[in-house]
Design a protein around this ligand. Structure first.
Ligand code: PGA
Length: 251
């Protein structure tokens, strides 16, 4: 699975159109729902129109949702609004939402519940910590984040496509990545922890992704890891020349 997080990019309609053309070329072989784009919400209507007229096989998601269904939450988007537009996925708990929007581990749990109640699929980011410099793996922190994200929704999970993206904050946008061995070790730990929270049967269907400075130069090596089901990619997803190589993961 390839999840492309455009963050607050591109900055104009014409650039969105150009990037969608590059996506069309890169994804020409793809006929599954295994590519998800998380664009800025302002462009979603435009992207739906391009996707349909150009027949580009991709799913769309929102980059965050509110903790509530509606009301006095200026600037926010509810899961129901996104679901109403036909969006399939919602990114929850991305480190930049922790850093700039005050999202907490507890609010991630509320957001995941909103996403599931709206009938969408949550893509839950795990790995945020305030100290961006420490590369030490804090297993207790990862466990707490998973518990806070999933415990409130235990009863709401049916057949949704739940994705958990391991995104060590120090690897996001830095060009520095963990070794493949580190990623594999953490993913095994996350899987075991999720089994403990949700039970083995539910956990079996959850997809585990890695995110943080993935690009055309390192994706092949990471893609060889047996425990990984895909990638959440930021910076490289905005570069047309990177897309064909990234797309190989899902061809
Ligand atoms: P990056 O971002 O690929 O630019 O490191 C990943 C992410 O923030 O999801």
């Amino acid at each position: 699975m390839l999840a492309l997080n455009w963050k607050m990019n591109p900055t104009s309609v014409s650039e969105v159109e150009k990037l969608m053309q590059a996506m069309k070329v890169a994804l020409a072989q793809i006929r599954t729902g295994d590519v998800v784009v998380f664009p800025p919400a302002m462009y979603i209507d435009l992207i739906i129109r391009i996707k349909e007229s150009e027949q580009i096989y991709l799913e769309l998601g929102v980059q965050d949702v509110a903790v509530a269904e509606k009301g006095a939450y200026t600037s926010q988007i509810s899961a129901n609004m996104a679901a109403g537009l036909g969006l399939q996925y919602a990114l929850v708990g991305h480190s930049e939402t922790h850093q700039y929007l005050g999202v907490t581990d507890a609010s991630v749990g509320q957001k995941v519940a909103q996403v599931l109640q709206a009938g969408m699929n949550p893509m839950i980011c795990i790995g945020y910590q305030e100290d961006k410099s420490s590369q030490e793996i804090d297993y207790d922190m990862l466990k707490t984040q998973l518990q806070e994200a999933l415990e409130p929704s235990k009863e709401l999970i049916t057949n949704q496509d739940i994705c958990i993206a391991y995104e060590p904050v120090w690897a996001i946008g830095t060009g520095v990545t963990p070794t493949p061995e580190m990623i594999e070790t953490v993913i095994i730990y996350l899987k075991r922890t999720v089994q403990g929270i949700l039970g083995a049967k539910t956990a079996e269907n959850i997809r585990f992704l890695y995110g943080g400075s993935v690009n055309s130069g390192n994706i092949e090596e990471f893609n060889a890891l047996p425990e990984l089901d895909g990638f959440l990619i930021g910076g490289a997803s905005l570069k047309p020349e990177e897309l064909p190589k990234l797309a190989q993961v899902v061809v």
